[in-house]
Design a protein around this ligand. Structure first.
Ligand SMILES: Nc1ncnc2c1ncn2[C@@H]1O[C@H](COP(=O)(O)OP(=O)(O)OP(=O)(O)O)[C@@H](O)[C@H]1O
Ligand SMILES: [Mg+2]
Length: 262
């Protein structure tokens, strides 16, 4: 059987910022190949360059070196090629839930009326039924994240970047949202790159995890997660899951010790 086609390829991608006349290496050269339809996570301590990497993939920042390829085509520095849910991606308080979910499509050029028509069935299907004409202030944290995720997914791009979408949620809501996201992932068939600080979340959701370390920001290990899909919560107590989680935690701990010693 041949390997699936790579959807997203990062080649020798690095980022050096000039701050106060000094060079700061936010990201050492990184290579990443994400096959179509896979769910990849990046985990690593604060400041290791995860959001920087996303901004480069999304074309919002130009890398110091390297290229971003989607379906083999060089899109380095081009915006609009991926769906991107920014860290702390907020809903606009003056727009209804429906118009917030429609917003991403509207920005990408879909007329609002059509964007609303496409958004409504998904709002209903994915747990926000009855809230479509409410304003974000009347939603719970989990519901707000659903709306923000739907907004991102409705922009029809094969590659979706999600930067810590569940970081601010309580444990129970987070767990529900992870299962919801797995359902969405199965339904939409997108290629997802996901950032989290939560190792259990990364193992539960992903096909592959890239563990990063800081000072300088870099990928220190890539770990395939070969747990079968569909996954349910029971998997987290299996010996294999526990072993993979521990392995990631040990790597993160090692990275932190090295950074502290540097
Ligand atoms: N425009 C910039 N100019 C200078 N330094 C920057 C700039 N953007 C980011 N940095 C620095 O690059 C490093 C990586 O930042 P980044 O936001 O990518 O980290 P992160 O891994 O997403 O962290 P967190 O987990 O806290 O979100 C940080 O030290 C940050 O201060
Ligand atoms: Mg970040």
């Amino acid at each position: 059987m041949s390997a699936p086609e790579p959807k997203l390829v990062l080649e020798n991608l690095s980022m050096v910022f000039q701050t106060g006349g000094k060079e700061f290496v936010a990201l050492e050269p990184a290579d990443l190949v994400v096959p179509a339809g896979k769910f990849i996570s990046l985990i690593g301590p604060s400041g290791c360059g995860k959001s920087t990497l996303f901004n480069i993939i999304a074309g919002l920042q130009a890398p110091t070196t390297g290229r971003v390829l989607i379906d083999g085509q060089d899109f380095t520095g081009y915006i609009g090629q991926v769906g991107y849910m920014l860290q702390k991606d907020l809903l606009l308080p003056w727009r209804t839930v429906l118009d917030n979910v429609a917003l991403g499509m509207e920005i990408s050029g879909v007329p609002l009326k059509e964007a609303r028509a496409r958004a409504l069935p998904l709002i209903i299907k994915y747990g926000l039924s009855g809230f479509e004409h409410q304003y974000p202030s009347s939603l719970s944290g989990g519901m707000r994240q659903r709306a923000a995720l739907l907004r991102t997914l409705l922009v029809e791009r094969d590659v979706v970047l999600l930067d810590e979408p569940f970081g601010a949620l309580d444990a129970q809501t987070k767990s529900q949202m992870q299962e919801w996201l797995l359902q969405i992932f199965a339904d939409f068939g997108r290629t997802v790159v996901f950032v989290t600080h939560d190792v259990e979340e990364a193992v539960f959701l992903s096909d592959e995890i890239h563990v990063m370390a800081s000072r300088p920001g870099r990928v220190i290990e890539t770990l395939p997660i070969d747990l079968p899909r569909p996954r349910d919560r029971a998997v987290v107590s299996t010996p294999r899951f526990v072993a993979m989680k521990k392995y990631c935690l040990d790597l993160l701990h090692l990275g932190e010790q090295e950074a502290a010693a540097a």
